[in-house]
Design a protein around this ligand. Sequence first.
Ligand code: ADP
Ligand code: MG
Length: 280
Amino acid sequence: MAADVELIVDVPRLEEKIILEEIGRSGLRFKLTNAKYTPLLWEENPAEISLIRTISMQRAAYCAAIREASGAKAINPLDAILTAGDKILTLSRFWRAGIPFPETVIALNGEAAERAEKLVKFPVIDKPPIGSWGRLVTLVKDSQSFKSIVEHRELYQSQALKTHLIQRYVDGGRDLRILVLGEEVLGAIWRSASSGDWRSNVARGGLVKMAELDEELRELALKVSSVIGGEFIAIDIFKENERYLVNEVNGVPEFKGFMEATRINVPRKLIEYVKELLRR
Ligand SMILES: Nc1ncnc2c1ncn2[C@@H]1O[C@H](COP(=O)(O)OP(=O)(O)O)[C@@H](O)[C@H]1O
Ligand SMILES: [Mg+2]
């Protein structure tokens, strides 16, 4: 008999371990798949729901595609994983939906980036469309540093890593992170950069604190979630002069810092949500 729920991982983090413990307590029939070691098949009888929790975005997309092809529900769905996994695709959906984000110029190679420089004012943020944990996200203060970053990025084989999002730097040193599960906004935290970095990523030692969730923020988070097509996502938002600017969406969200700051049991919520879907 097929399982109720499958957890797909590659390199399990704390998040995957506590999700697995919660599944173990739930009484659901479950299957654990490590996509690094297990060949994947388009199965006749997949688990009803696949929780996709690989670190690699590419792997997450393939797992979601294979499971959805067999009729399973992937969390997150393939479309959400692909869109959230690429910042240009994300911002394009935002633009269409009228969701505010920091002014951004896209340059698909070095030459375009050099021209893009004329369109922006330093300091700017330069980042590639893919990646996480703040990797290659650079605060660029002048033209000379910008030129050398462009030169370095041209050396990568990957087309995505030669691609630039050149973005207005939003000052403040902190941002909001909001978790959304289905139609529920679970909560919000402030993340601020620790000393020695300017990026707020928890993976870089960013500090966390519980944040107030006002109605405007709640509505914005639900709008972002529906535009991305996410089931379980994290949204990063800047607050500037009482205005919210959405930075990005994470389709395989880490939530260790969120749990620490809010005391919300995220894996419990997630598995309750899975049970609710199975009852429908
Ligand atoms: N436009 C920006 N203005 C100010 N800080 C930024 C900007 N873009 C990114 N950052 C900082 O860099 C961090 C990482 O950037 P982000 O776009 O979230 O990429 P990643 O996917 O690596 O988390 C953010 O958490 C934030 O602290
Ligand atoms: Mg981020």
